[in-house]
Every structure is written in structure tokens, then in C-alpha cells.
Design a protein around this ligand. Structure first.
Ligand SMILES: NC(=O)c1ccc[n+]([C@@H]2O[C@H](COP(=O)([O-])OP(=O)(O)OC[C@H]3O[C@@H](n4cnc5c(N)ncnc54)[C@H](O)[C@@H]3O)[C@@H](O)[C@H]2O)c1
Length: 593
């Protein structure tokens, strides 16, 4: 028979606990919220008041509803207040000994049939459960941050959790309007197991001065459509909590080096830079608990108004006729530059011109472009099939096939043809820019401009400097990106740049998780979309990008960094071998026919 859950206890009113109390109270369930000291209780109350008041201010709650919500919450110091609740959710810091002590105490205090749940992100629910005399009533109920917003709850059953306890918690999640996935007890469950390797890697990029915090975050927001960048997310999670989760995942999850916390994280914890909750983490906030970022000593000064490098850019050459070239030509022409498009023949030029015309016509039909601007953009484009016609352009963007020998040949020819001082840019997404640069006699003028597909839509451009690129070239490229209306992020010339280096290992990890039969593709996709706010789940994205493309990028990353955890998942290789490469083949992880 299922239990009636009328009153819920929440232990610990920190980042997660305060949000969890709010979730229950807003669903009409009575809550007893407990903390360890009066001061912590006050802090937790203040967090809740702030959050609920913001909902009132935004018109999402009325003042009367606000009062009803607070009337449902009882606050207390100490666990004794939980003697009569039907279910407890523990949300204290991520330390096994602390959680075990609390569960032993809850076992003494709570009613015999109360369910005892932990919100742990990475610790073993089984190990926590054995601190009680009722391990079959212990379960993991893992909410996502911020709890009132994120729809997902991971329900973690151990080998001894009673089926009726699982069923009661599943029913409770439905009452809260949450979507649950029920899974076994494994380090990081679904979402964190896929998230934390990525977060740690992003910190290591920052630590290595590979890119700035702003650029790493902007790259993942604009390149992948994520709601926040990884470093801003670390600040939201709490740097101490993130440290504990990584540390546990490293120890429990097979000692994958990618989970060994990057030294910078430990230093930040020691220095008290715990993220939003202390007002300072990777970023500086207006005050403790505030979501508002304020400038600090690491904030870059605003970009210089005009570029003083003497490289006025008026005419841009675009070489190539594949997927990317038409979009790039369109972007450049619409931004007011003259364009010389070079393909390998008149037929190819006609195809590219057709694609540009069709895309511009679509923009006009959607009311995003006037007919006059459409005509002006088209009039700025010259179609050619001779590289020699680039002898007078001010900058070249190469976007030919992703093969090093072909790109090197194009750059060697450009070196012969182009005026001195012209910026030569490659849109490669995976080849070393320096190797392309060294095909010329002017490597200081060569740079990577990694645009995303479709170029007219995607706002991000990765500006990739090699060890030979001059500061003037980088400045000219950055100015161009701005003139194109895009957001440029700077990074060094390493495999995958920022976005692909952070994205593809995560996708590969998702394949490994599926391969291990820990969860279904649907549950994994759900977890990332509803728990982390990703626009697509990893398997949806892999089928869209193409499994062959993903495998090629993952192989590159593995070869360059020699990180065992980056080795392509065997299942990914098998699917590619079988020709199941995603949407374009009608079948990948899912059937698209
Ligand atoms: N931060 C996240 O994004 C996130 C997301 C999902 C799950 N979690 C998990 O939720 C749990 C809590 O994490 P957090 O980030 O909210 O931590 P936090 O440090 O923000 O808050 C922990 C709270 O527990 C209180 N506390 C400590 N000992 C206590 C005791 N004996 N009795 C009562 N209260 C006590 C502290 O005073 C503090 O307010 C962890 O297990 C964490 O892994 C965190």
C-alpha cells in the first residue's frame, strides 16, 4: 500500500536545500526545514525569501500565494523537529561521514515508516543507507540546481531499496510536476557523470591560460546553446560542492583522471572563493548569493574603438564551395564587405551562388532583410574560379575540404598571389592551424577563424592564434568578427579549440554510458535536457552532427592529448562501421526513416 506523503523534512538549507523546500511548499506540501545553527537557518530563510520574492516580482506568484507558501514551512534547528514527517530529504555538504551521521540520527528520530532520502550528487546511496537500521527505506532523490526551475529528478535505488519506496517517491515527483528517471546507484548517476568531466576540463583550460573565463563560457553558450558556460555553472553549483563531487567521482568512478579535481579548484576552496554563495568564484558577484556579475581585476577592458593596425579591410576573398562557404559569403556580403568567391569551376560557383541567393531570399521572406539590402549584398559578390583573382583582396577566408594536404596547397598558392600584409584565415575545425600557416612564407599573418554551421545563424567565431600569429593579425581578425556581428572568442591552436574539445568528450562519455547499459538513450537525453537545460540530449545531437564526424573529432582529441578517457567509445566506432552515422543515413542511435 502506498504511503501518504503530507509532510516533508529538508535537512540543510544551502544552495540545494533552500530550493527543495521551495519546490515542496509551492506544490502545496507542508515542509519542516532544519539547519545546524540559528545563523545557518537565517541564511537559508533569507535565500528562500529572496527567491520567492523574485517570483512575485516577476508576476509568477501572487502576494497571497507567497503567504500561503510560507505558512506551509516550519523552520527549526536540529533534526528532532523531523519526528513526524513522512519523508526527509537530506541536502547537507557532500561528505560521506557527515551524511552517515545524519542518517543514523534520522533513523532514531523519524517515524518507522518514514522514507529517508539523500540529495547526494556523487556519494554511494548504499553506503549512506547502511548507517541506518532501515536501508530499504533509503533512496537517492537528486534534484538539479536551481531546484525550482529544473524539471529533472534522478531517483536512485540501491540493491536494497524497497520497490514501494521507489514507487512512492516516483508518485511524489509527479505531484511536484517533475520528470524522474529511476536508476541504480553509480557515481554521478546520469547527469553529473556526464557533466563533471566537462566542467573539470573547462577549469583546466582556464588554468592553462588557453582562453579567458569569459571566452570559455561564451563559447559553450553560443556554440552549443547551453544556458550557462561551464565556469558560471561551477559558481552556481558551489566550488566546494563541485570539488567534493569530482573527488568522489574520481575515487568511485574508476579513477578517471578527467575527474581528478584540477588544482585550481582546491586552491579556490582554500581561499574561500566558493562561487555565488560567497560572492566570488570564477567571477565576482554583487554580493554573497547574488546572481549579478560585477567587473573585477580580471575583466578585460572594453575593446579599443578603432583598430590602429593599418589593415583596413574592404574586400574579402572566400575560398571553397562546401557546406560552410555559402553561409560565410552571405555573412560577409551582408556586413557590407565586397566578396570575391573562388571555387574550383563555374559549375561549383553556380551552386554556391544559388545557395547564397536562396538563403538571402529566405531572409527577405521572413522580414529579416529588405529587398534593397538583398540586392546590395548580391551586388557585392564577384564569382570566380581562379585563385589569382584574390591578388587584391584585404583578407582571405579559406573554407575548403577538411584535409591538411588540400589546405596546405591552397595556402601555398595564396602566399604567391596575395598582397603582403593580408590576413589569411582558415575555417578548419580540427586541423592544426600552425601546420597550414607553415605552408606559407608568412605564418605571422595566418590565423584560424572557426565559424559554426549555419554561419548566418550561429553567433560564435573561435579566433585561433598559433604560436606564430602576430598580435596585429589577431587584432585584425577580432575586428572583422565584430564587424560581421559575431562574438569572437580567442583561443590557442589546440585540437578541438574550445567548443569541440569540451563537447565531444562529453558526447563520447554518453555513448559509453549507453554501452554499459546504465541508462537508455531516452533517459540520458532527458537527463541532460531537463537536468542541465541543454537544448538537445547527447544522442539527439550525435545523430544530428553525424556519428562519423563525432568519431573523427574524438580520434583527433585522443591522438593529440593521449588522455585514455578520450578514447572513442567502441559503440561509436561500431555504429560508424555499420554505416549508422545519424540522420543523414536515416539511422544512428535512433531510426530516422
Ligand atoms: N550545488 C548543486 O548544484 C547541487 C545539485 C544537486 C545536488 N547537490 C547535492 O546537494 C547536497 C547539498 O549541496 P549544496 O550545494 O546545497 O551545499 P551547501 O554547502 O550550499 O549547503 C549545505 C547546507 O547544509 C547545512 N548543514 C551542514 N551540516 C548540517 C547538519 N548537521 N544539519 C543540518 N544542516 C546542516 C549547512 O549549514 C548548509 O546550509 C550535496 O550532497 C550536493 O552534492 C548539489
Amino acid at each position: 500500500m502506498s504511503r501518504e506523503i503530507n509532510t516533508v523534512g529538508v535537512v540543510g538549507l544551502g544552495t540545494m536545500g533552500a530550493g527543495i523546500v521551495e519546490v515542496f511548499a509551492r506544490s502545496g506540501i507542508d515542509v519542516v526545514a532544519v539547519e545546524i545553527t540559528d545563523a545557518a537557518l537565517e541564511r537559508g530563510q533569507a535565500t528562500m525569501v529572496g527567491s520567492i520574492d523574485r517570483a512575485v516580482a516577476k508576476g509568477k506568484l501572487t502576494a497571497a500565494e507567497r503567504d500561503e507558501i510560507f505558512a506551509r514551512i516550519g523552520f527549526a534547528v536540529g533534526l528532532a523537529a523531523l519526528h513526524d514527517v513522512d519523508l526527509v530529504i537530506e541536502a547537507v555538504p557532500e561528505q560521506l561521514a557527515l551524511k552517515q551521521a545524519i542518517f543514523a540520527e534520522l533513523d532514531r528520530v523519524c517515524k518507522p515508516d518514514a522514507i529517508l532520502a539523500t540529495n547526494t550528487s556523487s556519494l554511494s546511496v548504499t553506503e549512506i543507507s547502511v548507517a541506518t537500521t532501515r536501508p530499504n527505506a533509503v533512496i537517492g532523490v537528486h534534484f538539479f540546481n536551481p531546484a525550482p526551475v529544473m524539471k529533472l529528478v534522478e531517483i536512485v535505488r540501491t540493491v536494497v531499496t524497497a520497490p514501494d519506496v521507489v514507487a512512492d517517491v516516483e508518485a511524489l515527483c509527479a505531484r511536484l510536476g517533475k520528470v524522474d528517471v529511476t536508476i541504480n546507484d553509480r557515481a554521478g548517476f546520469i547527469a553529473n557523470a556526464l557533466l563533471f568531466g566537462y566542467l573539470n576540463q573547462a577549469v583546466s583550460m582556464l588554468e592553462a591560460h588557453y582562453a579567458t573565463r569569459e571566452d570559455i563560457d561564451a563559447a559553450m553558450r553560443l556554440g552549443c546553446g547551453l544556458p550557462m558556460g561551464p565556469l558560471a555553472l561551477m559558481d552556481l553549483i558551489g566550488i566546494d560542492t563541485a570539488y567534493e563531487i569530482l573527488d568522489t567521482m574520481y575515487r568511485r568512478g574508476g579513477r578517471d583522471r578527467r575527474h581528478a579535481p584540477v588544482p585550481l579548484i582546491k586552491q579556490m576552496v582554500t581561499a574561500g572563493l566558493l562561487g555565488r554563495k560567497t560572492g566570488r568564484g570564477f567571477y565576482t558577484y554583487e554580493g554573497p548569493g547574488s546572481p549579478k556579475v560585477v567587473p573585477d581585476e580580471l575583466t578585460a577592458p572594453p575593446a579599443a574603438e578603432a583598430l590602429e593596425d593599418g589593415r583596413a579591410i574592404e574586400t574579402i576573398g572566400v575560398v571553397g564551395s562546401g557546406v560552410m562557404a555559402p553561409g560565410i559569403i552571405e555573412v560577409v556580403a551582408r556586413a557590407g564587405f565586397d566578396v570575391v568567391s573562388v571555387t574550383r569551376g563555374a559549375e561549383k560557383s553556380a551552386v554556391v551562388a544559388g545557395a547564397v541567393e536562396a538563403s538571402l531570399a529566405k531572409a527577405v521572406a521572413r522580414g529579416k532583410l529588405s529587398e534593397a539590402d538583398q540586392a546590395a549584398a548580391l551586388a557585392r559578390i564577384t564569382w570566380s574560379s581562379r585563385l589569382d583573382d584574390l591578388d587584391d583582396v584585404d583578407l582571405v577566408i579559406e573554407s575548403v575540404v577538411e584535409e591538411i594536404s588540400v589546405k596546405k596547397a591552397v595556402f601555398a598558392a595564396l602566399d604567391e598571389i596575395c598582397k603582403p600584409g593580408v590576413v589569411l584565415a582558415t575555417t578548419t575545425s580540427s586541423l592544426p592551424v600552425i601546420e597550414i600557416a607553415m605552408a606559407t612564407q608568412r605564418p605571422a599573418d595566418v590565423i584560424g577563424l572557426h565559424l559554426f554551421n549555419p554561419a548566418p545563424v550561429m553567433k560564435l567565431v573561435e579566433i585561433v592564434r598559433t604560436i606564430r600569429t602576430s598580435p596585429e593579425t589577431t587584432a585584425a581578425a577580432a575586428a572583422l568578427v565584430e564587424a560581421l556581428g559575431k562574438t569572437g572568442v580567442h583561443c590557442a591552436d589546440r585540437s578541438g579549440f574550445i567548443v569541440n574539445a569540451l563537447l565531444f568528450p562529453y558526447l563520447n562519455d554518453a555513448v559509453r554510458m549507453l554501452e554499459a547499459s546504465y541508462a537508455t538513450a531516452d533517459d540520458i537525453d532527458h537527463a541532460m535536457k531537463l537536468g542541465c537545460g541543454y537544448p538537445m540530449g547527447p544522442f539527439e545531437l550525435l545523430d544530428t552532427v553525424g556519428l562519423d564526424v563525432a568519431l573523427a573529432i574524438q580520434r583527433e582529441l585522443y591522438l593529440e592529448l593521449r588522455e585514455p578517457g578520450f578514447a572513442p567509445a567502441p559503440l561509436l566506432e561500431h555504429l560508424v562501421t555499420a554505416g549508422y552515422v545519424g540522420r543523414k543515413a536515416g539511422r544512428g542511435f535512433r531510426d530516422h526513416t
